[in-house]
Design a protein around this ligand. Structure first.
Ligand SMILES: [Zn+2]
Length: 163
């Protein structure tokens, strides 16, 4: 996350080099800001029939579908974040998850932590974050998954060998 203004006192922050790191410093209160990305979980959900669960979120794309994703919350492990986001956005219960790969998402300075989550197909939850949910056969995913300005497609590619 790149800060432009000090969150403590509102002054414009300035560049400073600390060791090997480019940081920002508030010239007034001397608070230091690192250039740390926000961690986000990126989760491909698969059921016992090897179907892939994709989400439609109209604010992301009008016609493409994405995998589950969400910001981590203070105090939880990455695995807990995976299970929580999958339950919140889809209603599915994760019984096993597996780390696959990570991706850096430059536009928003996010580190996307990519998992496969295994669930038993069950009823969808009503989430106001999600406009639609659908199970896709493996060979249907390519034509609908979001690749533009989104890590879903890249994550699906990395997951394929495990499906
Ligand atoms: Zn300050």
């Amino acid at each position: 996350m790149l800060f432009k203004y000090c969150v403590e006192c509102g002054h414009k922050v300035e560049d400073i080099r600390l060791g090997d790191d480019d940081c920002k410093i508030c010239p007034f209160c001397k608070k230091i800001y690192g250039r740390n990305p926000l961690p986000v979980v990126e989760v491909l959900v698969v059921n016992e029939f090897n179907e892939i669960l994709l989400l439609k979120q109209n604010y992301i794309s009008e016609d493409k579908w994405t995998v589950v994703s969400g910001y981590m919350v203070e105090g939880e492990t990455i695995e807990e974040a995976v299970a929580r986001e999958v339950k919140e956005e889809t209603g599915q219960i994760v019984h096993k998850c597996q780390y696959i790969s990570s991706y850096y998402f430059e536009p928003k300075q996010l580190i996307m932590i990519g998992f496969i989550a295994y669930v038993n197909k069950s009823e969808f939850a009503d989430s106001n974050e999600v406009d639609d949910l659908k199970w896709y056969k493996l060979n249907e995913v390519e034509s609908v998954i979001a690749r533009e300005n989104n890590c879903s497609g890249m994550h699906f590619d990395r997951c394929k060998q495990f499906l």
